[in-house]
Ligand binder design. Structure first.
Ligand SMILES: Cc1cc2nc3c(=O)[nH]c(=O)nc-3n(C[C@H](O)[C@H](O)[C@H](O)COP(=O)(O)O)c2cc1C
Length: 336
């Protein structure tokens, strides 16, 4: 089977990508993912807070006169704790990129366009094949305008694009008034890839202990419905590569995302649930499905079930909704 895939200009051996998760916390973890066959690995995120903490520590050192100013601003300052800030991340990235033959993509998680975005450059220098921007912004202030939220995404992207020459992807959540329009704006602002969708891990409440507890972390295939809908709508309408993330459990989930128009399909929950070697199961299953359907290359069916370019997108969405309701009313889910 011909599974080779172009993602943001990167040549991948196949369209399965291990998305950011604790599995990439070590070089050995990245190696296991590569050995299991994935086309690329996205490292877990470096957080804006980690960058800020280090910047503050360096400022304190500079104030105390213990370091020269230039040294305190370097990417690899010598007077910081070994396990704090971005330094261990960059070291992991460097070692992981050297250890495997597949592209290793670095991930930055933040929400402001200020100084931390410069670390994208340090990631590139450390061997990142691309940068994934995980813009994790929850506008908790009820007076925040939607346009301001969107602008923040564009500003962060533009800052990072100025800092690097490697491709830059933006990982988005689904909570925009017009998801399509923000995707188009990011595309126009130079995003090389759009990763749909980030899952915001909202907290839960334990009614017995009367405490706020961590919410559900791992996904299920049903969670893929929304990202797949948007994949199908955006395919052919943006220049950026499309990466699908959420709800891939078995080979059919990979095939469905490709049919909807994804360039690559990412997975985290299934690999955490079954181990990195599950990537081999997904890839073998994809090849077996292609053989059954008579496909020889992923390019033969990618986007086959996307929304056609000439379609009225709004009517298309509405029809999907109405058909789902009709099916429910016709009793396909059994008697209530
Ligand atoms: C335990 C855990 C840790 C994650 N850490 C990150 C992270 O550091 N950065 C990031 O962009 N996404 C992170 N994600 C999100 C995943 O990369 C992925 O986008 C999301 O889980 C949906 O895909 P899935 O359904 O295959 O899990 C994490 C997910 C899980 C479950």
């Amino acid at each position: 089977m011909e599974l080779a895939t172009n993602y943001m200009g990167l040549e991948l051996r196949n369209p399965l990508v291990a998305s950011a998760s604790p599995l990439s916390h070590t070089v050995d973890g990245v190696r296991r993912l590569a050995d299991a066959g994935v086309g690329a690995v996205v490292l877990h995120s470096l957080f804006e807070e980690q960058v800020r903490e280090e910047a503050e520590r360096n400022a304190r050192l500079a104030d105390a006169g213990t370091e020269s100013f230039a040294e305190s601003l370097s990417y690899f300052p010598s007077e910081v704790e070994e396990d704090a800030g971005p330094r261990p991340y960059l070291s992991l990235l460097q070692r992981a990129a050297a250890a495997v033959q597949i592209p290793v993509i670095a991930s930055l998680n933040g929400f402001t366009p200020e100084g931390w975005t410069d670390y994208a450059r340090a990631m590139q220098d450390a061997g990142a094949a691309a940068i994934e921007l995980n813009i994790y912004y929850l506008p908790g202030d009820p007076s925040t305008a939607g346009r301001d939220v969107e602008q923040r995404y564009v500003d962060v992207l533009e800052r990072v694009k100025q800092a690097v020459t490697v491709p830059v992807a933006v990982k988005l959540g689904p909570y925009f008034s017009s998801t399509g329009e923000i995707a188009l704006r990011l595309d126009e602002a130079g995003a090389d890839g759009l990763v749909l969708f980030n899952r915001f891990l909202a907290p839960d409440i334990d009614a017995e202990t009367l405490a706020v507890v961590p919410g559900l972390a791992l996904s299920r295939p049903v969670d893929a419905l929304l990202p797949r809908t948007w994949m199908a709508l955006l395919h052919g309408r943006v220049r950026a590569s499309l990466a699908a993330t959420t709800g891939v459990e078995g080979p059919a989930d990979v095939a469905k995302y490709l049919l909807a128009g994804a360039d690559v399909v990412m997975t985290a929950s299934a690999l955490l649930r079954h181990g990195p070697e599950h990537a081999t199961v997904l890839l073998d299953g994809l090849s077996a499905w292609m053989a059954r359907k008579g496909f020889k290359a992923a390019g033969e069916f990618r986007g086959m079930l996307s929304v056609p370019p000439e379609a009225d997108e709004a009517a298309y969405q509405r029809a999907g909704y109405v058909n789902a309701l009709r099916a429910a009313n016709a009793g396909v889910y059994g008697p209530w």
